[in-house]
Write a protein that binds this ligand. Structure first.
Ligand code: URP
Ligand code: ZN
Ligand code: ZN
Length: 456
C-alpha cells in the first residue's frame, strides 16, 4: 500500500478551516485529524501552507478544431500545465457536428484525450443537432458514459440550435437528472452586427468587441432561463461577462430556479480596452466570445461572486499561438477565438479575489473546486478533502510572489494575457491521487496518468 502523510498544514475546504494532518492511502484520503502519527512511505511538512482541494476546471477546450487549425494545447500539454497551476481535474467539451451523432463526437474527443491527460477529465457533450437520435443518445451517454451535462449554443452557424430545440434538450436533461449549459449569445443579433461591419469595412479587431454586444448575451440568457424554468431543468450559463445577463440570473435564482453561473478570470481582470490597441496582433490576443467588457460589467461580476450568484470560476481555456492569431488580423471574424488560462486560474483568482478583495478561503475553494465538482456530478470524489475522496490536494503558499509570463508558463502558447503581472499566492506542491506530481514548479511525473471520469 502506498501511503502519504501531510502534516502541520492549514486545511481549507468549502466547509471550514482547520489545523490538521491528512493521511492518504493508495490515492484516497483516509483520515484528517490533528497529530496523525501513523508510519507512511512519504511525509510532507505543510507548515505555513494552505492545504486545499485540487482545482476543478469545468470549461476547457484542448485541441479544439477551429476551421483547419486546432487550439494549441493538446490534452497532454494542457493538462500538464493545469497541474502546474493546481488544477487536477478538467471537463472538456465533445462537440457534435451537425448531421453526425453524439457517438461520433464523443469518440473523436476520446481519441484525443484518453490516456493522454495528466489530470483526470470528463467530457460535456455539446449538442448542435437536435433530433430523435440525438435525444436517444443523450440517454445512452448519460447512463453509459457518465455524461451528465449537455452544452448548447444559440449562436454560430456550426453550433446554433433554436429555442424549440433547446427546450427539447432541457426536457431530456431534466428527465435524466442532468444539466444543460449555455453559451449565451443570440445568433440573430451577432449575424446582423457582423453583416453591418463587413458592409461598411469595419474589419479591425475592435469590431469583434462591437459585434458581440452585451444585449446578445442578455437576450440569450433571458430566453434560456425562461425555458429552464418552464422545463424545471437546471441551467448553467458558461463564461458570463455582463451585468444585465447577471441580473436575469439573480432574479431567477431569487425565485428559486436552478440557475448556475460561471465566469472566467479574464472577465474579472481585463477589460475591453484591449481591443483598441493600434497593434492589431496585441488586440487579437484577447479575441474570444463573448468579449471582454467594460469596468461596470467587471465590477458586477465581482459582486455576483461575493453575493453567491456566480458559483464557478472556469477558464474557457482555448489558446491559439500568435502565428495562429495573426493570419487574418484585418478580418476580425477570421481570428481564432479563445484565450489561455488553465494554468493561471487558481493562482490568479486567489490573488485577485482573496488578496485584493478579501474573499474568504472557504469561498475560494467553493468557486474553484467544490461547486464545479458538485454541479457536474463529481461531488463524491473531487473538490473536497475528506475520507473517501481522491487525494487531489494542493499545498499553497499564500505569500509567495511571482510574475506571470509566457517565458515561464507551461501552456503551449507563446503569449500570456497577463504578461508581467505580479501576483501573490503560489502552488508549491500538487498532489494527484496521492502522488506529488508538481514540486516547486517542477514536474515529477513522466507520463499521463489521468483517467476519464464517468459522472453521476
Ligand atoms: O471564444 C471562445 N470562448 N472560444 C472557445 C469556445 C467557446 O465558445 O467557449
Ligand atoms: Zn462559449
Ligand atoms: Zn468555451
Amino acid at each position: 500500500m502506498r501511503t502519504l502523510l501531510i502534516k502541520n498544514g492549514t486545511v481549507v475546504t468549502h466547509d471550514g478551516i482547520k489545523q490538521a494532518d491528512i493521511l492518504v492511502k493508495d490515492g484516497k484520503i483516509t483520515s484528517i485529524s490533528p497529530n496523525i502519527s501513523e508510519n507512511s512511505n512519504q511525509t510532507i511538512d505543510a507548515k505555513k501552507l494552505l492545504v486545499m482541494p485540487g482545482g476543478v476546471d469545468v470549461h476547457t477546450h484542448m485541441e479544439l478544431p477551429a476551421g483547419d487549425i486546432f487550439s494549441s494545447d493538446t490534452f497532454e500539454t494542457g493538462t500538464l500545465a493545469a497541474l502546474h497551476g493546481g488544477t487536477t481535474t478538467i471537463i472538456d467539451f465533445a462537440n457534435q457536428t451537425k448531421g453526425q451523432s453524439l457517438k461520433k463526437a464523443f469518440s473523436r474527443w476520446q481519441e484525443r484525450a484518453n490516456g493522454k491527460t495528466y489530470t483526470d477529465y470528463g467530457l460535456h457533450i455539446a449538442v448542435t443537432d437536435v433530433n430523435d437520435n440525438t435525444l436517444r443518445e443523450m440517454d445512452e451517454f448519460f447512463s453509459g458514459e457518465g455524461v451528465t451535462s449537455f452544452k448548447t449554443f444559440l449562436a454560430y452557424e456550426h453550433n446554433k440550435i433554436n429555442l424549440e430545440n433547446l427546450r427539447m434538450v432541457m426536457k431530456k436533461a431534466k428527465e435524466l437528472g442532468g444539466i444543460v449549459s449555455l453559451h449565451a449569445e443570440d445568433g440573430g443579433i451577432l449575424e446582423k452586427k457582423l453583416c453591418e461591419f463587413q458592409k461598411t469595412g469595419k474589419t479591425s479587431p475592435e469590431y469583434h468587441y462591437l459585434a458581440h454586444p452585451e444585449i446578445a448575451e442578455e437576450k440569450a440568457t433571458a430566453e434560456a432561463i425562461d425555458l429552464a424554468i418552464k422545463e424545471d431543468c437546471p441551467l448553467y450559463i458558461v463564461h458570463l461577462t455582463s451585468k444585465k445577463a447577471l441580473d436575469h440570473i439573480i432574479s431567477a435564482q431569487k425565485n428559486g430556479a436552478k440557475i448556475f453561473a460561471e465566469t472566467c478570470p479574464h472577465y474579472l481582470v481585463l477589460n475591453k480596452e484591449k481591443y483598441y490597441n493600434p497593434d492589431h496582433l496585441e488586440a487579437a490576443k484577447f479575441i474570444m466570445s463573448p468579449p471582454l467588457r467594460c469596468d461596470e460589467d467587471r465590477e458586477a461580476l465581482w459582486e455576483g461572486i461575493f453575493n453567491g450568484h456566480i458559483q464557478v470560476i472556469g477558464t474557457d481555456h482555448c489558446p491559439f499561438t500568435l502565428s495562429q492569431k495573426k493570419k487574418n488580423l484585418s478580418e476580425f471574424w477570421k481570428i481564432p477565438n479563445g484565450i489561455p488560462g488553465v494554468e493561471n486560474r487558481m493562482e490568479l483568482f486567489f490573488h485577485e479575489a482573496v488578496n485584493r478583495r478579501g474573499l474568504s478561503l472557504t469561498e475560494f475553494v467553493k468557486l474553484c473546486s467544490q461547486n464545479p465538482a458538485k454541479i457536474f456530478g463529481l461531488e463524491n470524489i473531487k473538490g473536497h478533502i475528506a475520507p473517501g475522496f481522491d487525494a487531489d490536494i494542493i499545498l499553497f503558499d499564500p505569500n509567495e510572489e511571482h510574475i506571470l509570463s509566457s517565458e515561464t508558463h507551461h501552456m503551449n502558447v507563446d503569449y500570456s494575457p497577463y504578461e508581467g503581472m505580479k501576483i501573490k499566492g503560489r502552488c508549491k506542491k500538487v498532489i494527484f491521487k496521492g502522488k506529488v506530481v508538481i514540486d516547486d514548479n517542477k514536474s515529477l511525473i513522466s507520463h499521463p496518468e489521468g483517467i476519464y471520469l464517468k459522472r453521476t
